[in-house]
Design a protein around this ligand. Structure first.
Ligand code: SF4
Length: 376
C-alpha cells in the first residue's frame, strides 16, 4: 500500500509565523491545476503499481480550491492509480473557507477526513498570527462539518504562542475538547527566521514563553487530552481509538508515497525527492516536460537514522526486531549501546522488543534522538 500527498500552494493571506511554501497569488490557479494533473499521471511509475490507501491534500490551503477543482484532482488520481475502497481522503482546510455549502459538497465528492487549521480560539492570538479566521469561525466550523456528514475530523492547535499564559492555553484545550473531534494535532510554535513574527520578537513587540513555560503547556496538553480520551500516538498527534491519521502514520512507518505539487516530497524506500518550491517555475517545467524535482539516494546510515527518528516520535517507539531485520545484528547492538545513557536516566524505556521515549523524555525528544543517530 502507498499514499499520495498533493500540495496546494494557495493561501488567502500570509500567517505571521509561516515558513511553509505557499503563495497568495491565485491568478494562475488553472495553469497550476493543469500541471498538477500532468504530474499525477507522470508519477504513476514511481509507486510501481502499489494500491493507494491514503490521499492527502496539504498546503498552503487546499480549501482555497473549489470542490469542483478538488474533485477533478481526485478523479485524476483514481484514473491513473488503483485507489482502494474506503481509502482515507484528507483535505486540510481553514475555518473561514468552511461554509455549509462547501462542506456538503466536499463530503459529497468523497472527502472522508477533514483537517481544520484552528490554531487558537482566541481572537488576540489569531490576529497576532495574522490568521484569516476569527474566534467565532473557529468555534462553529466543526459543528457545520458534522452537519455535512463528516465523522473523522482533526483540528490543529498551536502552543507556546506569544503573550499566552498557561491559563490561556488551558482555555484553548478545553474549547478543543468541547468540539469532541476524533483527532487533534498540536504544535509548539517555532519562531522561524525571516518571518514577520520573528521580526516582532527581535523588536521586543511580543514576548514568547520561556522553555519552562512551554514544557508546562506541553504537559498540560498531554494530560488534558488523555483525560478527554485522546491517545498521544505521535509527538504532535492525538487520536481517539481507530482514528489515527492513516496518511501521516504511513510516513512514520516508512510506507512509500508520491508527493505532487510545488515543494512536495516523495519517498520510495531507496530515495527521496522533492519538487521545486515555486509554483510559476513548477508549472513552466511541467509544461516544457523538464525535470521539476531533485532526488537523493539514501545511504544505509540515512535509512537507519530515519528509522530511529520516526520510530521515537511514535507511541510504539523503535521496533528492535524490525530494526535488526532491516539493518543487521551489528547495527542493533550499536543502537542498544548508545541508548544506555537515556535508559539509565529514565528518558527511554525498553518494553519487550521496543525502545520507547518515556513520558519524562518527551520534552527532550530532539536530544535523545540525536544521541542515538549513527555517523558515517
Ligand atoms: S494558512 Fe498555513 S500555509 Fe498558509 S500562510 Fe498560514 S500557516 Fe502558512
Amino acid at each position: 500500500m502507498a499514499g499520495i500527498y498533493i500540495h496546494i500552494p494557495f493561501c488567502k493571506q500570509a500567517c505571521s509565523y509561516c515558513d511553509f511554501y505557499f503563495t497568495t497569488h491565485l491568478l494562475n490557479k488553472q495553469d497550476f491545476l493543469d500541471a498538477l494533473i500532468k504530474e499525477i499521471e507522470s508519477r504513476k511509475a514511481y509507486l510501481e503499481g502499489q494500491p493507494i490507501a491514503t490521499l492527502y491534500f496539504g498546503g498552503g490551503t487546499p480549501s482555497q480550491l473549489s470542490t469542483k477543482e478538488l474533485q477533478t484532482v481526485i478523479e485524476a488520481v483514481r484514473s491513473h492509480y488503483s485507489v482502494i475502497e474506503n481509502a482515507e481522503i484528507t483535505v486540510e482546510s481553514n475555518p473561514d473557507d468552511l461554509t455549509e455549502e462547501y462542506l456538503q459538497q466536499l463530503f459529497n465528492i468523497g472527502v472522508n477526513r477533514l483537517s481544520i487549521g484552528i490554531q487558537s480560539f482566541k481572537n488576540e492570538d489569531l490576529e497576532l498570527m495574522n490568521r484569516a479566521h476569527n474566534s467565532e469561525e473557529a468555534k462553529t466550523c466543526v459543528a457545520l462539518a458534522r452537519k455535512s456528514g463528516f465523522k473523522n475530523i482533526s483540528i490543529d492547535l498551536i502552543y507556546g504562542l506569544p503573550n499566552a499564559t498557561l491559563e490561556d492555553w488551558k482555555t484553548n484545550i478545553d474549547q478543543a475538547l468541547q468540539l469532541d473531534t476524533e483527532h487533534v494535532s498540536a504544535y509548539n510554535l517555532t519562531i522561524e527566521k525571516g518571518t514577520p513574527l520573528a521580526h516582532s520578537v527581535t523588536k521586543g513587540r511580543v514576548t514568547i514563553p520561556s522553555d519552562h513555560e512551554i514544557v508546562l503547556q506541553h504537559n498540560l496538553l498531554v494530560e488534558l487530552l488523555a483525560e478527554g480520551g485522546l491517545e498521544h500516538y505521535e509527538t504532535s498527534n492525538f487520536a481517539k481509538k481507530s482514528f489515527r491519521s492513516k496518511h501521516n502514520s504511513s510516513y512514520w512507518k516508512g510506507t512509500h508515497y508520491a508527493g505532487v505539487g510545488p515543494s512536495a516530497h516523495s519517498f520510495n524506500g531507496i530515495s527521496r525527492s522533492w519538487n521545486i518550491s515555486n509554483t510559476k517555475k513548477y508549472v513552466e517545467l511541467i509544461e516544457q516536460g523538464k525535470s521539476h524535482f531533485e532526488t537523493e539516494t539514501l545511504s544505509l546510515i540515512d535509512r537507519i537514522n530515519e528509522f530511529i527518528l520516526t520510530g521515537l516520535r511514535t507511541a510504539e517507539g523503535i521496533d528492535l526486531v524490525h530494526f535488526e531485520s532491516y539493518f543487521g545484528k551489528k547495527a542493533l547492538s550499536n543502537l542498544l549501546l548508545e541508548s544506555q545513557e537515556s535508559l539509565s536516566k529514565g528518558l527511554l524505556e525498553k518494553k519487550q522488543h521496543r525502545l520507547i521515549v518515556s513520558v519524562r523524555g518527551k520534552v527532550l525528544l530532539d536530544g535523545i534522538t540525536a544521541d542515538l543517530f549513527f555517523e558515517e
